[in-house]
Design a protein around this ligand. Structure first.
Ligand SMILES: [Zn+2]
Ligand SMILES: [Zn+2]
Length: 339
């Protein structure tokens, strides 16, 4: 048995100087959209980073016992990038964030790819693989592929953000044959996620959606528990949507009678008219579908055997819920592998 749950692991509370809501209120506002959350305050150079946020999270966990709430920080990684490390409460969650800020803050002068690798080793040695790294907004600025490659050698490096801060889409992850595909072709099992990067909601003069209101990570879990959420992110047992544009995906591959081919099966429910869907394997689109109506989508065929298959899609543009103009909802189904 299992179930789909939805959530957001990139959100800011008023424990950050640019956040607006207390942790408990942020959780409250997320309840219509999220089964779990992570609070990811900006980790600023400090000797005891996270104290304030952590205390607020401990209180919120008592108030909302059914909602896993991860304590994490948006770290200034030694190469120019925001990253987050998520672990379980029992795995010294407070100490992890505090030590990373203390030892590996780029703004305090700890810079360069070697220091970044030191940080990965430090985490893997001290906290094991009951944790994973999220690489935030990868195209702001673009990370050199050579750096991504070196980081991807660590098992900790698991998740790259594709969408965050409203409609910002990272081409390094979205593009067919882009950097994410190149890593997958090297055999790295890395997955993509969407997140809100919530700071302040439109209704309060900000320009962010509530966590889960616009983008959703959908995880396949046994229980809505910290453990199951971590393993779903680590194993790629999740898909991501804007506006819940699809649901209930089934995605499987089996060896075909001809060993150079795979039997691929892909099914899901479409909730918004689709502009295009691509099935991607080994860095190229092997099947594309355009103008697909709302309803059940079913694909089952033998296709050339690849290392992996993944799916991406985009809806027809639709009006923004807040403000002017139109935008294009998208979705990603994370890769499945053939060995
Ligand atoms: Zn950031
Ligand atoms: Zn952020």
């Amino acid at each position: 048995m299992g179930q789909w749950i939805a959530g957001d692991i990139h959100t800011h509370s008023d424990c950050c100087e640019d956040g607006t809501l207390p942790v408990a209120e942020l959780v409250e506002q997320s309840l219509p959209y999220c089964d779990f959350l992570a609070i990811s305050g900006h980790a600023r150079n400090s000797d005891n980073w996270g104290e304030h946020q952590y205390r607020a999270i401990l209180d919120a966990r008592k108030q909302f016992p059914d909602i896993p709430i991860f304590h994490t920080g948006e770290l200034e990684f030694p190469i120019e990038r925001h990253v987050m490390i998520l672990t379980q409460p029992e795995n010294r969650e407070f100490e992890l964030q505090r030590e990373l800020v203390r030892r590996f803050d780029r703004r305090a002068g700890v810079a360069g790819i070697e220091r970044a690798e030191d940080e990965m080793r430090f985490i893997e040695e001290g906290w094991g693989l009951d944790a994973f790294m999220v690489f935030n907004h990868p195209n702001a600025p673009v990370v050199a592929f050579e750096h991504l490659e070196r980081l991807a050698r660590f098992e900790l490096f698991k998740v790259i953000a594709c969408i965050d801060r409203g409609e910002r889409r990272a081409e390094q992850v979205w593009d067919v044959g882009g950097d994410w595909d190149r890593l997958l072709m090297q055999g790295r099992r890395i997955f993509a996620r969407f997140g809100s990067d919530f700071h302040a909601h439109f209704s309060a003069g900000g320009h962010d959606y509530w966590p889960g209101e616009f983008v959703q990570d959908h995880l396949w879990v046994e229980n809505n528990s910290y453990q199951d959420i971590l393993s779903a992110y680590r194993n790629g047992g999740f898909y991501c949507t804007v506006d819940n544009m699809i649901s209930d995906p089934v995605f499987e591959s089996r060896p075909a009678a001809d060993s150079r081919r795979s039997e691929l099966r892909l099914e899901f429910q479409i909730h918004l008219p689709v502009d295009h869907i691509d099935i991607v394997s080994d860095g190229r689109a092997i099947r594309s579908f355009t103008d697909v109506p709302v309803g059940a989508f079913r694909f089952s065929e033998t296709v050339p055997r690849g290392l992996y298959y993944r799916v991406r899609g985009a809806a027809k543009p639709r009006p923004r819920k807040y403000g002017e103009g139109a935008y294009q909802p998208v979705f990603l189904v994370n890769p499945i592998f053939t060995d």
